[in-house]
Each structure stands twice: as C-alpha cells, then as structure tokens.
Design a protein around this ligand. Structure first.
Ligand code: SF4
Length: 450
C-alpha cells in the first residue's frame, strides 16, 4: 500500500536541514508521496525507515534499462513516468524505437536491413536522431539454431540493444546463448511458458515482457513473475488494433499513475510493425509514441516514415516548459572563408533555423555564432538578461572565432541594437554591426551592407 505524506513524514529525520533542496521534511514527504522526488534526495533517512519507505519511493512506472557495452554501445531507458499528460510536467524517458528482423529471412537481407538502419542518422535541432536497436523475431516452424544464427548475425552488425521475440523456450534459450553475457529484452512470458521464461530472465539478468490480452491476465502474470524474483518487467497487452491499443495502454498507464496499481506499473511494448499496411504502421507508431509505449517495434525501414516518428518522439519527450534548443557554438554556413561575416543569435531552435535557413537558402557563406540564451528567442532572451553583451562576448571568446576570421565583424540582430555600445566595450577588436530585425531580411542586408 502506498504511504500518505503524513505517514512518510513520520519516518523522516524531521530536522528540516534542507539538504534535499526543500525547505522542510514535510515538504519532502509530500513530494515523495506524489512521486515527484526520489528518496535518495534525502541523505539522512535511517536504514530501517528506508525499508519502510521503499514502496513509497518506487516510481509508479518501473525504470527498465537496456544497454550494451563496448564500441558503438547504446542505452535505452523506459519508465519512471509520473504524469498522464505531457503538459502536466514532462514525459521523462523516450520510448526505444527498434527495427524488427525475422529469422526466416535470408541472412544477407537481414544484414542489409540492419546496416541501413545502423547507418541512418538525421540531425534535428542539433541532435542526432537514430533508431535505438533491433528486435529479432522467431518464426514458425521454430528452429533454435536458425534463431541463434540470426541473433549472432544482427549482433555482428550492430552493438545496439536487442529485443529477442520467441515464446518457444528452446528457441529463446538458443537466442540468449548466442549473445551470452548480454541482457536483452526477452519477449516473452505468457500463461503457458512463464515459469521457464522467468528462469531464463533470471539466468541472463534480463528484463522480461509479460504478454496477456486482458488487464487481469497481465496483472496476474506480473504478480507470478514478481513472486519468482523478476522485478524488471515490460507489458505487452497484445492489442494490435489502433483503438484497442490506445484504450488498453491508457488504462494501464492510468492505473499505474492514478491508482498506484503496482502489478501494471511497468513500461509497455507496442508492435506497430504488425500492421500489414505501411501507413497503418506509421499511424500506430505515432500513437504509441504519444500514448504510452516504452518500447516500439517497427517492421519497415523507410526513412520517410522513421524521420517524422523520431521528430515526433523528440517533441513529445521535451519539457513543455523549456523551449527546444540547439547546441550553443559556432556553425558554418555554406563553407565560410576567413573574410566572411560572423552572425550572432540565440539558441532558441526556431530562431536558429530561421537565420540558418535564410542565409543557407540564399547561398551566402557566413559564420553563425549561437549564444546560450537558455533556449529563449532574441527579444525574450534580452528582456530576461539571458542574451546580453556579456554572454555574447563570452561566446565569441570561447568559440575561437577570432582565430578563424581575418575581418572581425560581428552582426547582432536588429532587435538588440541597444547592445552594440556595450559589445564594443566587451570586444574592442571587433566591429559591431546591427543587422535586420527579421531573419528574412538577412540575405539582402548581407549583400548590400557587408
Ligand atoms: S534532507 Fe531529509 S532531513 Fe533534511 S529537510 Fe530534506 S527530508 Fe528533511
């Protein structure tokens, strides 16, 4: 049973020392009860109280981590979510996107599919978007050796996390043996094989998917698996139709968050790749990203589908209170030479892309210096004191741009013309030029005035 804030408070040191970042132990207790802070934030809880608080401290959706080691290693985290709607706070861990291969496909075509997905990366607001891993599915008639062979082939081509999909215990055993020492996500346990699958999960320290087509069935299965000592679980509600999947996944998340129903407090795996139609696959994957998959298995590797899905995921899993930002630093547009101008603006993504696209589209070479204004636009950043002469001068010095250009000309946005005097003092060797207010006017300004 979850503890109330007052029950938690009684177990805390009650010193109000503020080491947890909150003003009082009571405030900490209330936050812990609401799952808005971790127990570890208070370093003074006694061991016996810790044991009693463990239940209260556990996140409503358990964190599951898949990771690999060595060069090219990746980590996928799912769970730890605390809200039903992103605007309430923020979604935390992006769902892992996995591409599926089947063990009855020719090895050469499996390797080609994995290689294409492995090489796929697209840059979006300064972030490299990629798929997270691969799922290997056993197909009937089941053949342990064939499955193991395909698992080995995929592992030889990629170091990203794997999901192994086989309900047949002998097949799963062979697949796990092929990557001995690793802990892939095992899919999965059902009413008929759960004891054997639990044994494999334990032996390989691997998270296990519980599969059942009803909430009662899922809860019953996770209860049995937990009793066997399997804590790292993922739920497959087996609903593959759009409406049914949405309903089931929403029910699971709601029960975990609002009712603290522990048997369903695990990430969900979704299979949009089971759709026969490519459009349906894209639609189901988009739905799974928004509500509420933690792992998503795709069938087709089509960049025109993968790209919008990765961008959607990026947008859904950003903090709505923090604007999307690009990395501060120096960006080169159209291979600039040392005589080309240096344009400066903020790291608000829309500002960056407005400026970069206008200059790039006009075919003009320039150095674009992006200042860390905590993701704010030019005017907002200036008004908030996040885009001022001091920050711009610091960015100029740290970027090393002075050594790359022979003409020290810095173009500041027209909206902050007021900064030019201060900037001249901060950067005495630079000529400060006031550019246009709108990015759309930059090409004409650069052609006429620079
Ligand atoms: S760190 Fe612990 S003891 Fe100190 S105020 Fe926070 S909850 Fe209380």
């Amino acid at each position: 049973m979850p503890l109330s804030g007052i029950q938690i408070y009684k177990l805390l040191p009650k010193t109000n020392c503020k080491d947890c970042g909150l003003p009082t132990c009571l405030a900490f207790a209330m936050k812990l009860a609401a799952k808005q802070i971790e127990l570890a934030a208070c370093p003074h809880v006694k061991a016996d109280a810790k044991a009693q608080l463990a239940d209260a401290a556990e996140p409503p959706v358990r964190l599951i981590t898949l990771k690999t080691g060595g060069a090219g290693a990746r980590e996928v985290k799912s769970g730890n979510e605390t809200v039903l709607f992103r605007h309430e706070k923020s979604f935390i861990n992006k769902p892992g996107m996995f591409l599926r291969v089947r063990d009855d496909d020719p090895i050469a075509s499996i390797q080609a599919k994995v290689a294409a997905a492995e090489a796929y990366t697209v840059r979006y607001v300064g972030i490299d978007l990629t798929l997270d891993g691969f799922a290997v599915q056993a197909t009937a008639p089941f053949d342990p050796a064939r499955f193991a062979n395909v698992v080995s082939a995929v592992r030889a081509s990629s170091k990203r996390p794997l999901i192994l999909i086989a309900r047949d215990v002998a097949v799963m055993t062979a697949g796990l043996r092929a990557i001995d020492g690793e802990s892939p996500l095992i899919h999965g346990a059902d009413a008929s094989n759960w004891e054997a699958m639990a044994g494999l999960a334990k032996q390989h320290h691997a998270p296990l998917v519980a599969c059942a087509d009803s909430l009662d069935g899922l809860a019953d299965l996770t209860g049995k698996l937990k009793a066997k000592g399997i804590d790292d679980l993922v739920l497959d509600p087996v609903s593959r139709q759009l409406g049914a999947a949405l309903t089931r996944q929403t029910q699971i998340r709601r029960l975990a968050l609002k009712k603290d129903f522990r048997p369903l407090g695990y990430p969900i795996i979704a299979f949009p790749g089971d759709a026969t139609d490519p459009t349906q696959e894209a639609v189901q994957a988009a739905q799974a990203i928004t509500k509420y998959a933690g792992f998503i298995v795709l069938e087709r590797f089509a960049p025109e589908m993968i790209y919008p899905l990765l961008v959607l995921r990026e947008n859904i899993y950003t903090d709505p209170q923090k604007p999307i930002q690009v990395l501060p630093g120096l960006y080169e547009i159209n291979n600039p030479k040392p005589t080309d101008p240096v344009l400066v603006t903020t790291n608000f993504s829309i500002t960056y892309f407005s400026v970069a696209n206008e200059v790039e589209g006009a075919g003009l070479p320039a150095w674009l210096l992006i200042v860390d204004a905590e993701g704010m636009s030019v005017l907002t950043g200036w008004a908030a004191g996040k885009f001022d002469a001091e920050r711009i001068a610091k960015a100029v010095k740290e970027s090393g741009i002075a050594n790359k250009v022979t003409k020290h000309r810095l173009v500041v946005p027209g909206h902050v013309a007021v900064l030019s005097g201060e900037l001249e003092e901060e950067l005495p060797t630079w000529e400060i030029r006031v550019g246009p207010r709108e990015a759309v006017d930059l090409p004409a300004f650069m052609k006429q005035a620079l």
